[in-house]
Write a protein that binds this ligand. Structure first.
Ligand SMILES: [Zn+2]
Length: 392
């Protein structure tokens, strides 16, 4: 039984009610009281507060049966907005979701510069633009979160981004000087793992999300929580050594996983072997559609190296779900079949392995979802991928 002061209990009950409304999408007061185990009067008082705050609204099921249709409660998606920013290699993605986690605005800006001050200025201008756009909503643009392809320092700023060679940048302070507040920074692979749980694999408390892009980075969820490690740098799996005395890596070691199984390596190897040049993921798709056997062989060789590392991380974590975020694997219909063929060890166990449907948007929608969870102070959050998949 919960004991404590009234305000605390009220806060806990409120977060339970909101959590259930998110999970059921539409739910009646009677069902809320049944599921949470609170009496109807208590639920009613809380619901009235949430209605006053415009965080939820009343609606009805649309059906044609005779009789009274119950009044249902749903999250008021237009009450608040959240911005996710992916600071990638040569471009920045800006994605805004409403309070239901559905994408309402998506913008990609190609970067013409890698100068820190100029990029910070660009981010500040964009945030201000969106603050203005959503200023009429009850809570406006609540929060912006920047997904970085690097490590976050203990004070929540940038510790290191290899692509830009930025060390210890006080980006939150620099944005504040430009008049922008309510921003935070998080590692992109962590946000991708979080997004897969919140949008797709709701019940999965042990999930590994592995991003195969210019390098290989992972987000790790253990017992429902993001595992960040002592310095916040956990998940640098791309630098696991898979070939002793192998190819030199930018990290100073030799034979790192990402020197064999990151996406640029596939293009590099394939273009050394094939007569036709492959530049994009669409090229891979087209050649596979044409029945090009050589491309398939190159893909299978690349996948063989990919599974060496996968086998190792499965043994380390015994994950329930493994989500692979990779446009190459997405383009190859036999990818999963081929991967599973190599994972034959009798001791390495996982429940399922899938290819991400969120793709390049995983980091930004994860950033928005994290904003929603913090804003409403929810113990858990359930959102739907429908409006956020890469095909949108
Ligand atoms: Zn390395």
């Amino acid at each position: 039984m919960l004991t404590g002061d009234g305000a605390y209990i009220k806060k806990i009950n409120r977060s339970y009610i909101l959590t259930e409304i998110f999970e059921h999408y539409k739910i009646s007061r009677a069902n809320l009281s049944k599921i949470i185990g609170l009496n109807k009067a208590t639920v009613s008082v809380q619901v009235n507060d949430l209605l006053d705050e415009e965080l939820i609204y009343e609606t009805q099921e649309e059906h044609n049966t005779v009789g009274r249709r119950p009044i249902l409660l749903s999250i008021n998606e237009k009450a608040a907005y959240f911005l996710g920013i992916d600071l990638d290699r040569d471009y920045i993605l800006f994605n805004i979701t409403d309070l239901k986690g559905d994408t309402v605005t998506y913008e990609k800006i190609d970067l013409q510069t890698d100068v820190y001050e100029e990029i910070v200025k660009l981010i500040a201008v964009q945030i201000k633009k969106y603050e203005k756009k959503y200023m009429d909503a009850r809570y406006g643009l609540v929060h912006s979160m920047i997904a970085i392809h690097g490590t976050v320092s203990n004070d929540g700023n940038i510790h290191f981004i290899p692509r830009y060679q930025w060390h210890d940048k006080n980006i939150l302070g620099d944005l504040e000087k430009l008049g922008v507040n309510n921003v935070s920074v998080e590692n992109n692979a962590n946000l991708s793992a979080y997004a897969e749980k919140i949008f797709n694999y709701h019940k999965s408390d042990n999930l590994l999300n592995i991003n195969l892009s210019s390098g290989i980075g992972a987000g790790i969820i253990i017992n429902g929580e993001l595992h960040k490690g002592y310095h916040g740098h956990a998940g640098e799996m791309g630098h696991m050594i898979v070939y002793p005395k192998g190819k030199p890596c930018r990290c100073g070691n030799e034979g790192c996983w990402e020197r064999y199984a990151s996406e640029p390596i596939f293009f590099e190897n394939a273009n050394n072997q094939l007569e036709t040049e492959i530049k994009t993921h669409s090229d891979i798709k087209r050649l596979l559609n044409e029945g090009n056997q050589e491309v398939m062989e190159e893909l299978n060789k690349w996948i063989a190296d990919l599974t060496i590392g996968l086998n190792n991380v499965i043994n380390l974590y015994n994950p329930e779900m493994i989500v692979l975020n990779s446009p190459i694997l997405k383009a190859y219909p036999h990818a999963l079949e081929e991967i599973k063929k190599h994972l034959v060890s009798s001791v390495s166990h996982y429940r399922d392995i899938v290819i991400s449907g969120l793709g390049a948007k995983a980091g930004v929608v994860g950033a928005c979802a994290m904003g929603i969870q913090h804003f409403l102070d929810l113990p858990r959050l359930t959102l739907s991928e429908t409006n956020n998949s890469i095909n949108q």
